[in-house]
Design a protein around this ligand. Structure first.
Ligand SMILES: [Zn+2]
Length: 236
């Protein structure tokens, strides 16, 4: 006979199974050779996340941007921006935490992007490549925060994070991304401002990658972004 108490026991057992079915890293597990600490990352994904963090630290290190102190990579099932919209990741400083959607949540969010949104270009990338690049993007925010010597703005943060993210993609995936914005992503330095970034962040990212890779820009421009307040226009 099914009694209320046996139903309760069954429900509690089901909850216990559900909780144990998705183990995640304890807070503070370290990616060796990096400043990254992990939180809520499924054990099977730890090697990939640590590889992405290590790659990001090395890549930014090429421009002498070093992770100066520990930062946390925390997986989450739902991340919102200031307006309540779902986003793939978000960096919050002091303590430095890079929130990133787990792989399945990332896949779900991609499919919800309307076709006419420029950001729908992400659907044409292999999910594993995209997810790795998103980790690199948020780690780049942590490193930029730790090296920024002028007041922060979205344009500075997103320029460097976008260059790191697109550099992290395999060549064919990066070519697919850039092809989506061909002919509309050639920016002068003044065009990298918060307003332009907010209007079309996907195109801003393509433009940043192209701008960074033009002769005379590269690490020189990144160093100016971090130290000279007049490098990009500030939007009030
Ligand atoms: Zn960003």
């Amino acid at each position: 006979m099914v009694t209320a108490s046996s139903l309760l026991k069954f429900a509690l057992a089901a909850i216990a199974v559900a909780l144990s079915a998705a183990p995640v890293t304890a807070f503070g597990e370290r990616c060796s050779g990096t400043r990254a600490l992990l939180d809520a990352v499924p054990p099977a994904e730890v090697p990939g996340v640590c590889e992405a963090a290590s790659w990001a630290e090395s890549e930014l290190g090429l421009c002498s941007l070093l992770a100066l102190k520990p930062y946390t990579i925390r997986f989450a099932a739902d991340i919102r921006d200031d307006y309540g919209s779902c986003v793939f990741g978000r960096f919050r400083p002091n303590p430095d935490v890079a929130f990133i959607l787990g792989r399945s949540a990332t896949e779900k969010l991609i499919t919800s992007i309307p076709d006419d949104e420029p950001m729908s270009v992400l659907r044409s990338l292999p999910v594993d490549d995209l997810h790795r690049s998103l980790i690199v993007h948020e780690v780049a925010h942590a490193i930029v925060h730790q090296n920024l010597r002028v007041s922060p703005c979205h344009a500075i943060h997103e320029y460097i994070a976008a260059v790191a993210q697109l550099s992290a993609l395999p060549p064919h995936a990066r070519a697919t991304y850039l092809a989506r914005f061909a002919g509309e992503d050639v920016f002068t330095s003044e065009m990298f401002n918060d307003l332009v970034e907010a209007m079309n962040p996907a195109r801003f990212a393509a433009a940043a990658y192209r701008h960074f890779n033009r002769p005379g820009n590269g690490c020189n421009f990144v160093r100016r972004l971090l130290a000279d307040p007049g490098t990009v226009p500030r939007v009030p």
